[in-house]
Design a binder for this molecule. Structure first.
Ligand SMILES: [Zn+2]
Length: 319
């Protein structure tokens, strides 16, 4: 009996712990359900963008082919029906493949339902590895992401086709190239180029909301992120239409702007540290503006955190 009571107490505390553990995830998902509306944007030829308005959902790319849909990212599981019916407005044909740009839940949480529906999901092999386990994002840049845990995916909710460096799909007249450029936003970022249409979906390897979130706890690297922006620019020309991970359609010039801005952050941070400056002093020495970040907290705190994160990836910790 004693043993049983102990077991009960143990199980209850485990239950309370796990409920608390996913509190931020559950709250965000719940708010998405209430706040979101979806908009279809025609990008070029047979390529479309499904943009989520009102919540921080990742941009979904859609390629319409004669026998079905190729979908890039699938966003939140909770709005799967809404996404599927929006995709059907583009084409009533079935979804042939889903490509994950990376493992984050605002881009690939839909794997939970689409996986169960047996739709093949293509991703870098590290995405499958990350989704097998409970994920904890790096909270060092945006305090709102502190203690943000995402539940693991079951076996039938994981990518079913994985790649290491490069994979191509041949669909009607379109060659779809999927690239992995190395650790950047995470350790499993896919960049997708529709070669004939000259359209690129970057996932969160390029974003338009300001200082980017880089998941250092999960193989992300600020230095790698900058390098990957250069690699994205190298597969684009001035006519390329870019679908960023978040935000409206963009172009190569904006990719170069972000990479130049981040390079300034990086060099000024290391330079300032070598001069013996404090975090605040380093932060003040960086003049470049990378847009609004206040949605993720006070902009000065975010700026300081970004500087601190650059130092952290160089194994330097200062106050
Ligand atoms: Zn992300």
């Amino acid at each position: 009996m004693k043993k049983m009571i102990f077991l009960l107490v143990f199980l209850t505390s485990l239950c309370i712990f796990s409920q608390d553990k996913f509190a931020k995830y559950n709250a965000t998902v719940e708010s998405v359900k209430n706040d979101i509306s979806l908009k279809i944007v025609h990008v070029k030829n047979e390529i479309f963008l499904i943009e989520g308005l009102g919540a921080g959902m990742g941009n979904i790319g859609v390629l319409r082919t004669q026998d079905g849909i190729i979908m890039i990212d699938n966003s939140f599981e909770i709005i799967e029906e809404m996404i599927t019916s929006t995709v059907k407005e583009i084409s009533p044909k079935p979804i042939k493949f889903i490509i994950n740009t990376h493992y984050h839940y605002d881009h690939a949480d839909g794997n939970r339902t689409y996986g169960k529906k047996k739709i093949p999901i293509i991703a870098h092999h590290n995405v499958r590895n990350r989704q097998k386990n409970i994920a904890e994002a790096y909270g060092g840049i945006y305090p709102v992401l502190d203690n943000f845990y995402v539940p693991k995916h079951e076996k039938n909710e994981l990518p079913t086709i994985t790649f290491k460096d490069h994979l191509s799909l041949y669909e009607d007249n379109e060659e779809v190239s999927i690239f992995y450029f190395g650790n950047g936003h995470t350790d499993g970022d896919a960049i997708i180029k529709f070669n004939q249409s000259n359209v690129v979906h970057t996932g969160d390897s390029f974003v338009l909301y300001g200082l980017p979130f880089i998941d250092i706890s999960n193989g992300g690297s600020i230095k790698g992120f900058i390098k990957n922006l250069e690699k994205i620019a190298s597969i684009c020309d001035n006519e390329t239409i870019i679908i960023p991970g978040h935000g409206s359609l963009s172009n190569k010039e904006k990719v170069n702007e972000l990479s130049e801005g981040l390079k300034e952050y990086y060099s000024k941070t290391i330079e300032g540290y070598n001069k013996g400056l404090s975090i605040n002093e380093i932060s003040n020495s960086i003049e470049i503006k990378l847009g609004e970040t206040s949605g993720f907290g006070d902009p000065i705190t975010v700026k300081n955190n970004f500087v601190r994160s650059i130092l952290l990836e160089n194994n330097i910790i200062i106050d």
